[in-house]
Design a protein around this ligand. Structure first.
Ligand code: PLP
Ligand code: COI
Length: 364
């Protein structure tokens, strides 16, 4: 497997420099894609082969391709950061590679070796490096590696042909409004993941399952949805695309434990480390909605924030459902939230010492 060589076919019609520069001024999350994509093919009898960088463009797909019918699909989200000296770096890519492998196992897709995953990011940046924005206003290149069942067959079984692809989109902050706290809708009528289900896998179906509640949230002025455990609707799990942290008055911090139904967020893991580095007590445990309601109302919980690759660290001001409102939309961002965000983005942009060796260089 070592040394899978990437064939590179350059896009002969890349976006003109002036147009790209214009797009990079205020990129909208996911709206514009770079000039190239990576493709690596897997076949049951051949393993991973045919690694290529090709021009960005549509996927030619047979209508009977398994992914279109049974949702056998997994993905990742990771960013490329430009540093002040122009070099381009990414954050903990081996962790994303491991999570893609975990998702692959759950969804009966082939596991892409870590080495090919990391190399695929370097290959894309080698041709699309100009798409990584200047390091201002939280701008980055969001990279979306994904794997699909690409066998043309309507039988329900694990596909014998799969494709791994990587695309990328320049992005600004996921939530416009800077550090302004966001409002979160509590999903009371739908769950995202159940015991032994696919909640821990980063697979498309989990996101499709979150959209009904997200629509409800939008209608009620909320920008994300919070899911509770499917069995008892008692315990807090995570948001549609982010993990959650609660900061208590005495300085300790709690986050829902990884119980198989929530995503093993890489930002979550990094924040856990940064909190412990500060000597603060960090609890990974079950947290009930009742505890959060009482804690916010009594002042015992003083800060709530969400975190993820797309959202970085975002303060939460209030939770709403059809039954109640907890907290206030006008809440100020908390001090710990703001300083963790400063530290994490500082490390990612090369402004704060990377003492855990989280950064990997993609290009000089
Ligand atoms: N939870 C869900 C459901 C997500 O989609 C994401 C985003 O990837 C996260 C949490 C945060 O994970 P990470 O920090 O690895 O981006
Ligand atoms: C990410 O943070 O990478 C995600 O996939 C979450 C989604 C909200 C874009």
């Amino acid at each position: 497997m070592a040394g899978l060589k990437f064939e590179v076919t350059r896009n002969t019609k890349p976006k003109p420099d002036a147009e790209r520069e214009e797009l990079l001024k205020a990129p909208v999350f996911g709206a514009n894609l770079t000039d190239h994509q990576v493709v690596v093919v897997w076949e049951k009898d051949k393993g991973w082969h045919s690694a290529e960088v090709i021009p960005y463009g549509p996927i030619m797909m047979d209508p009977s391709a398994a992914v279109l019918h049974y949702g056998q699909e997994i993905f990742e989200g990771i960013k490329a950061y430009r540093h002040a000296d122009g070099s381009i770096w990414t954050f903990r890519p081996e962790a994303n590679a491991k999570r893609l492998q975990l998702s692959a196992r759950r969804m009966a897709l082939p596991e892409l070796p870590t080495e090919i995953f990391v190399e695929s990011l370097k290959q894309l940046i080698a041709v699309d490096g100009a798409w990584v924005p200047e390091p201002v206003d939280e701008k980055t290149l969001y990279i979306r590696p994904f794997e699909i069942a690409a066998e043309n067959f309507l039988g329900v079984r694990a596909a014998q042909r799969a494709e791994y692809r990587v695309i990328a989109s320049p992005v600004g902050p996921y939530f416009t409004g800077g550090l302004k706290p966001v409002s979160i809708w509590i999903a009371l009528d739908s769950a995202r993941a159940g015991k032994h289900g696919t909640g821990e896998a980063k697979t498309g179906g989990n996101y499709a399952a979150s959209l009904l509640a997200q629509n409800e949230g939008y209608e009620n002025g909320c920008s994300q949805v919070m899911f509770l455990d499917a069995e008892s609707a008692t315990y807090i799990e995570e948001l549609g695309g982010m993990n959650l942290f609660f900061v208590y008055k005495d300085g300790h911090v709690a986050t829902p434990a990884l119980d198989g139904t929530i995503l093993r967020g890489i930002t979550r893991d990094s924040v856990v480390t940064l909190i412990k580095d500060r000597g603060l007590k960090l609890e990974e445990r079950k947290i009930t909605l009742d505890e959060v309601r009482e804690g916010i109302n009594s002042g015992e919980i003083v800060e709530v924030f969400a975190c993820g690759t797309a959202a970085v660290i975002t303060p939460i001001g209030q939770f709403k459902s059809r039954l109640e409102t907890i907290g206030s939309a006008d809440a100020e961002p908390g001090a710990l939230t703001a300083s963790l965000r400063e530290e994490l983005t500082g490390i990612q942009y090369g402004k704060v010492a990377d003492r855990h060796n989280w950064l990997v260089k993609l290009s000089d």
